[in-house]
Design a protein around this ligand. Structure first.
Ligand code: SF4
Ligand code: SF4
Length: 490
């Protein structure tokens, strides 16, 4: 079937991604999200929404999934039992299937033959601005954790529908300002990364961390820069350079212990990809930056740091956008550390971390059963008081800040009282003193969660603990006198 519609022109797209003069809070919404909203007549929104929807359907394979979903939905509400948002609010509007129906109804009415005929005959079901506002509210309520997808007997992936809904909205200029501004800096700003860190500041920070580690461990632990032909080109969530120094120190320490070649590229060093949360067009452009930098350095593998969404976006979409044959292999740092530990190339002291330690599974690592056992095996090897939270693994409960919502600071009260309520209950119940969360987004959300909920628990990265427990070979140790000389040189 052919849909007659005007496709969005490149000029319209450019305009849709323009930064607005001031943030806008769409009225009548439950969440006070500040949106990047284009300066056009809101009366025109439904037409624009349908145009964008049609263009996306034409240039993607979403139609296959939507056709399956509208045929197979049983409306049994089994998904309600697995959604941490619905479990916290009890509001029927938060049942995953209700949310997805907002978009599926538009698809049925405007993009299927039966829906179009019925709509014309009965003159009903037209898309209205109120319906768009309800979608804007609802799609940013969902953390896209995809736990409900495991429950649905017909395989409906609400995270995918949430993503598509957000994508269409962003094409008509409705996307959270926090994400749009960061992505704009990453793609078009002078720094080329979401935290706007200039290269000289990056190099200063890394030098400082190396000095600190020399003082602490008596080992020269470097962050190699722009090494050509390295086995691993490293892309952490760039915010780690500002906020997660110990995670980075742990990673550098592991590479120092193994002697494997890795590098950080000054051409591009940001693993964050907010496109995964709201726009396939942005997703593609960011993934291609990772590919270009790895190619520039003639690297062999893309290595992503402790970040769930950065890992999934690179792992799943490098092949999609850069060619299945030519795409670089993508691994997450946990996989690397686990492998070298298994090979006996990494030694960890079991007497250093004695607190009760639990592990939080980032949805983007665990839901598709990618990385679940590796971090547990590592932690159990050196944390004698390791305990489990339940449920866990691919059935884990989202931190409450997934799907990019953690970056929207204005909804922190919502994230820590509603979105993260079940997670807070789970942390309390397990009684851990240290919670390991190998993801920049999870760490931010969980720290805010334990603070706002008054839970006495420290949230750290996996490599933060590895840094504490790592045992270096004596050959790497610098004698005390020489250490002072080295520090003077630095
Ligand atoms: S579990 Fe699946 S079929 Fe049942 S209501 Fe939820 S989405 Fe619909
Ligand atoms: S993806 Fe997660 S937050 Fe969204 S509806 Fe499903 S369970 Fe709820």
């Amino acid at each position: 079937m052919r849909i007659k519609t005007n496709i969005i022109t490149p000029e319209e797209r450019k305009k849709a991604f323009a930064i607005p003069k001031k943030p806008e809070v769409i009225e009548r919404q439950r969440l006070p999200v500040r949106y990047h909203v284009e300066d056009y007549d809101v009366e025109d929104r439904p037409r624009r929404f349908l145009q964008a929807f049609a263009a996306i359907l034409k240039h993607s394979s979403y139609r296959l999934a939507l056709d399956h979903y509208i045929r197979s939905t049983a409306k049994c509400a089994r998904c309600a039992t697995s959604c941490q948002i619905y479990q916290a609010t009890g509001d029927p509007k938060d049942i995953p299937c209700y949310r997805s129906e907002l978009l599926l109804n538009v698809y049925r009415r405007h993009f299927t033959l039966g829906g179009m005929l019925k709509g014309r005959l009965l003159v009903t079901g037209h898309l209205t601005d109120e319906m768009i506002e309800e979608m804007a509210d609802s799609f940013w309520n969902c953390t896209a954790c995809r736990r409900c997808a495991l429950e649905c007997p017909t395989g409906i992936d609400h995270g995918l529908i949430t993503h598509l809904g957000r994508y269409i909205l962003s094409e008509i200029g409705i996307a959270p300002r926090a994400l749009v501004v960061s992505t704009r800096e990453q793609l078009e700003g002078a720094s080329g990364n979401t935290s706007a860190i200039p290269v000289p500041a990056l190099l200063d920070t890394l030098e400082f961390l190396s000095e600190d580690m020399l003082e602490d461990k008596r080992v020269e632990i470097k962050f190699p820069i722009d090494v050509e032909g390295a086995d691993y080109v490293f892309f952490p969530a760039v915010s780690d350079f500002l906020m997660e120094a110990e995670t980075l120190m742990g990673i550098a320490a592991v590479f120092t212990a193994t002697g494997d070649s890795w590098t950080i590229g000054t051409g591009y060093f940001d693993g964050i990809n907010y496109g995964l949360f709201y726009s396939d067009r942005m997703l593609e452009r960011i993934v291609k930056k990772v590919d270009a930098e790895t190619r520039r350095l003639n690297g062999k593998n893309v290595l992503i740091g402790e970040c769930g969404h950065a890992s999934r976006s690179a792992k799943c979409f490098l092949p999609t956008y850069c060619g299945y044959k030519d795409a670089f292999p993508v691994i997450n740092i946990i996989e690397y550390t686990h492998r070298v530990w298994k090979e006996g190339r990494l030694k960890l002291d079991p007497n250093v971390v004695t607190e009760k330690v639990a592990y939080h599974d980032p949805c983007n690592l665990a839901r598709q059963r990618w990385i679940i056992e590796q971090p547990r095996e590592l932690l159990k090897a050196f944390c004698p008081n390791y305990i489990e939270m339940t449920p866990n693994g691919d059935d884990n409960i989202c931190c409450g800040g997934g799907g990019g919502t953690v970056s929207i600071d204005e909804i922190r009260p919502y994230r820590t009282t509603v979105g993260g309520k079940l997670k807070a209950d789970q942390i309390r119940a397990c009684g851990c003193e240290v919670l390991v969360a190998p993801c920049a987004n999870c760490k931010k959300q969980l720290r805010e969660l334990v603070e706002d909920q008054g839970i006495d628990c420290e949230v750290v990265g996996l490599h933060d603990l590895i840094y504490k427990a790592i045992i270096f070979d004596d050959s790497l140790k610098i004698p005390v006198e020489k250490k002072h000389d080295t520090l003077k040189e630095v």
